[in-house]
Ligand binder design. Structure first.
Ligand SMILES: C[S@@+](CC[C@H](N)C(=O)[O-])C[C@H]1O[C@@H](n2cnc3c(N)ncnc32)[C@H](O)[C@@H]1O
Length: 270
């Protein structure tokens, strides 16, 4: 029998971090126990091309983990990890997936094949997205977030009032006391969120703060199977949710743990 993986860092009722393949770790978790999955899976875009960063041409490659295996195998991978997440979700639990056109259509199709119940697709608009070097097509300035419930029957959490009446001062698309719409304006992560180190696809905390506030309640269990630098965990812990993070890369785990520890026990103010 395979041994249950041990968390490499944890604080009771607040967070657990597992280093390893998410399929393996998820297979050891109890079914129907998780309230929310936020997944930011490989984009499958690291094809040796170029992009623009701070006015310079740089490789688009994020790492070996992001290489495409071809559309069929990429789709199989997305379907497999989503099925593993579906097993651990509670009946009313929900799943968010974030991505770009490189992977998001495969992910959307996998959600349909697995019979999830669609809730929304969100356009995360990045007002400070990098310019386009070739000047031969439009400048990519958004990512898509899919939100779906495990089953057609369960009742998912949506904190309608927190979204309608909450404060989102930097999002000029959100009008005060009006319903939250499906286009969110949030800049890429500021330098202050990278003080513990860099991850090539780190998400802004404001984005995860909104996801956690909208679709979970205090005490809920939130899992991120592709944890990276731990942004989902930082948002979850800061809002009193329990977090389980899974990441295969040792250095990214270290980075995430530093961020989670700081969030769980912030340094005293001087
Ligand atoms: C797009 S990044 C996630 C970034 C994260 N949302 C953040 O804010 O930092 C995807 C991460 O998944 C990890 N990864 C890729 N395949 C994995 C697998 N099978 N199991 C666990 N982690 C994996 C990669 O090492 C990478 O850090």
């Amino acid at each position: 029998m395979r041994e249950k993986p041990l968390a490499i860092a944890q604080e009771t009722n607040r967070y657990q971090v597992f280093q390893g393949d998410c399929l393996e770790v998820l297979s050891h978790l109890e079914p129907d126990t998780v309230d929310l999955v936020f997944a930011d899976p490989p984009y499958n875009l690291s094809n040796d091309g170029f992009t623009c960063q701070s006015g310079r041409a740089v490789s688009v490659n994020k790492g070996d983990w992001d290489k495409s295996q071809g559309i069929e195998l990429d789709f199989e991978f997305h379907k497999t990890w989503m099925a593993a997440c579906k097993r651990v979700l509670k009946p009313g639990g929900s799943l968010w997936v974030s991505g770009t056109y490189h992977n998001i259509y495969a992910c959307g199709f996998a959600l349909q094949v697995l019979d999830f119940h669609w809730l929304n697709d969100i356009c995360w608009y990045k007002p400070n997205a990098s310019p386009n070097l070739s000047c031969r097509f439009f400048t990519a300035s958004h990512e898509t977030l899919l939100w779906a419930r495990k089953s057609h029957k369960g009742k998912h959490t949506f904190n309608y009032k927190a979204m309608k009446f909450g404060q989102f001062p930097k999002d000029v698309l959100k009008k005060e006391s009006k319903q939250m719409r499906s286009v969110w304006m949030i800049p890429t992560p500021p330098v202050s969120e990278k003080r513990h180190g860099k991850h090539p696809t780190q998400k802004p905390l404001s984005l995860l703060n909104r996801v956690v506030a909208a679709s979970t309640n205090p005490g809920d269990v939130v899992i991120d199977p592709f944890m990276g630098s731990g942004t989902t965990g930082v948002a979850a812990i800061a809002q009193g949710r329990q977090f389980i993070g899974i990441e295969q890369d040792a250095e990214f785990c270290e980075l995430a743990i530093a961020r989670l520890k700081e969030t769980a026990s912030p340094p005293a103010e001087t």
